[in-house]
Design a protein around this ligand. Structure first.
Ligand code: FES
Ligand SMILES: [Fe+2]
Length: 434
C-alpha cells in the first residue's frame, strides 16, 4: 500500500482514498501517530507530582503522568493482564497508583507493576516486572508542550529538532501571552466530534482562502451591527494583496499570520462585544493605569497566529486545538482555552470571553465544511482533491532557513504537510515500546 502512495499524491492533487481508505488509516496509526512526535498534553495539566491526564496518541489510549520525582511518563492505558483499560478517569491528582478495575492489578504512575492480587496462584518463574505497563519510550517537552513518539530515530533527537522553525513561533506565541511559559495554564476545553477524516481538519488549519466564504454570516453580522474595521474583516476581498502570509516551516508544520492586519492598530478594539467587557476595561484601567491596562487588553485578545504542528496540535489565537483520529471517518477536535497566572483575574475573564467567541460563532461553519468534504470524498467517480492554489504563480520565496513564504490564500500549507505525511508513510523506521 505504501508504494501506491506515490500514485495517490501528485503535483497539486491528492487522491480521495487518502482520506477514505481504512487501510491507509491503519498505516497512519503506525507511521504518523506512532512514529513522529505527537502532542499529548500541556505541563500545566499535570503540574503537581502524582497528577495525570488520560489522552490519545492516535488510537492508542495513554496516561500522561508526573511521578513524585517530577518525571513525566506516557503509559499505554492497557492492562498487561487481559487488556482492560486501567485508568478510566480523564484526569486526577494524588494518584501514585492505578488499579485496574477488572482483577485489581495495581501499577505505579511510573508504569511499574506494584501488586497482583493472590499472586501465589502463578508459577515459580512468574515475574511481576514483566507485567509493567508499556511505555511510550520517548517523551519530550518544549516550553510546556509535551510530545511523545515510539520512533527511536526521532526520539533520540528530541522535540526541538522536530519542531525546527516552529519552535520560534511557539516562542512568539508565549511572548504574546506574557512571555513566561510556566505561567500559561490550560483552563478547560470544548470538545467536538466531527464526522470526517482527521486530515479534513488539518487541511483547514492553514487555510486562509476560506474565511471570506465559510464565515460569511459572521463577517456580515459583524459588519451590519458594528461597522467596518472589526474582527476578521481583513479577510474580505483581495486577501492576497494584504501583508498577511502563509508559511511552510518544514516537517509538516505550517503558519498563517494574521497579525500584520489584526494588529495593524489595536486588535482589542476590533473585537466584537463581549459580556462584561466595559466593566472590566473600567476596573483594570483604574487598577493599573491606562498604559498597563492596554497591554493586558491586547494580551487578552487572540494572538493572531495560526500555528500548526503536524500532525495534531494547532495554535489558534490564544487557544490550542488538538485533532485526534477516532476512525477513518470520525475525529475528535478539542479546543483548549488558556489563561495566564500572575495577571489580574479580570484579564483572564476577558481572555475566556474572547476564546468563546470564535468557537461559538465560527467553528460550526468549519465543522460543517469538514463533514461536507468527507461526504463528497465518498463519491467514487471523482478521484481528486485539489491542492494546487498558487502552485504555479511564482509567489513563493524561500529564506536561508528553508522557510517558504507564500500569500495568505495559498494551498502551501497542504502541500507542505502532505510532503511530510508521504515521507512518514513510506519510511522504514521501526517503532519501539518501552
Ligand atoms: S484485565 Fe486488568 S487486572 Fe485483569
Ligand atoms: Fe474557518
Amino acid at each position: 500500500m505504501t508504494k501506491n502512495i506515490n500514485d495517490l499524491m501528485q503535483a497539486g492533487r491528492v487522491h480521495r482514498t487518502v482520506y477514505t481508505d481504512e487501510k491507509i488509516f491503519a498505516i497512519e496509526q503506525q507511521k504518523v501517530f506512532g512514529e513522529t512526535w505527537v502532542y499529548l498534553a500541556h505541563a500545566s495539566e499535570i503540574k503537581e507530582p502524582n497528577s495525570f491526564v488520560a489522552r490519545k496518541m492516535g488510537l492508542r489510549s495513554v496516561i500522561v503522568t508526573r511521578d513524585k520525582e517530577q518525571k513525566i511518563h506516557v503509559l499505554l492505558n492497557r492492562c498487561t493482564h487481559r487488556g482492560a483499560t486501567v485508568c478510566r478517569e480523564k484526569k486526577g491528582d494524588k494518584t501514585p497508583f492505578f488499579t485496574c478495575p477488572y482483577h485489581g492489578w495495581t501499577f505505579r504512575n511510573t508504569g511499574e507493576c506494584a501488586a497482583i492480587p493472590h499472586d501465589d496462584a502463578y508459577g515459580a518463574d512468574f515475574d511481576k516486572s514483566s507485567f509493567n505497563l508499556k511505555r511510550i519510550p520517548y517523551v519530550s517537552e518544549y516550553r510546556g508542550f509535551i510530545f511523545a513518539t515510539l520512533n527511536p530515530v526521532k526520539g533520540k533527537k528530541g522535540i526541538k529538532d522536530h519542531l525546527k522553525s516552529a519552535a520560534d513561533r511557539i516562542d512568539e506565541w508565549i511572548d504574546h501571552n506574557g512571555g513566561e511559559h510556566k505561567a500559561i495554564r490550560i483552563s478547560g476545553a470544548q470538545q467536538f466530534t466531527v464526522h470526517a477524516n482527521w486530515k479534513c481538519l488539518y487541511d483547514n488549519a492553514g487555510d486562509g482562502y476560506h474565511p471570506e466564504f465559510s464565515h460569511q454570516s459572521l463577517l456580515q453580522m459583524t459588519q451590519q451591527r458594528y461597522g467596518s474595521g472589526m474582527d476578521l474583516d481583513y479577510f474580505s476581498g483581495g486577501i492576497d494583496s494584504t501583508p498577511m502570509y502563509s508559511q511552510d516551516l518544514g516537517n509538516g508544520h505550517t503558519f498563517l499570520d494574521q497579525r500584520p492586519c489584526m494588529y495593524e492598530a489595536s486588535a482589542f478594539d476590533r473585537q466584537r462585544p463581549q459580556p462584561g467587557r466595559e466593566a472590566i476595561v473600567e476596573q483594570l484601567t483604574a487598577e493599573v493605569g491606562e498604559d498597563k491596562a492596554r497591554d493586558y487588553f491586547e494580551m487578552a485578545t487572540g494572538a493572531g497566529m495560526n500555528l500548526n504542528i503536524f500532525p495534531n496540535l494547532l495554535f489558534i489565537g490564544n487557544q490550542l486545538q488538538v485533532i485526534t483520529p477516532l476512525s477513518v471517518g470520525l475525529s475528535d477536535m478539542t479546543w483548549y482555552s488558556t489563561t495566564i497566572d500572575n495577571v489580574p483575574a479580570a484579564v483572564n475573564t476577558l481572555r475566556l470571553r474572547t476564546q468563546e467567541d470564535f468557537t461559538a460563532f465560527g467553528e460550526p461553519d468549519d465543522t460543517a465544511n469538514f463533514e461536507a468534504c468527507f461526504k463528497g470524498m465518498q463519491e467514487r467517480e471523482i478521484d481528486w482533491i485539489d491542492i494546487s492554489r498558487h502552485l504555479e504563480t511564482g509567489v513563493d520565496t524561500t529564506d536561508e532557513n528553508g522557510i517558504v513564504t507564500s500569500v495568505i490564500s495559498s494551498d502551501i500549507h497542504m502541500r507542505a504537510y502532505y510532503a511530510e505525511w508521504k515521507k512518514l508513510m513510506q519510511s522504514d523506521d521501526q517503532s519501539l515500546l518501552g
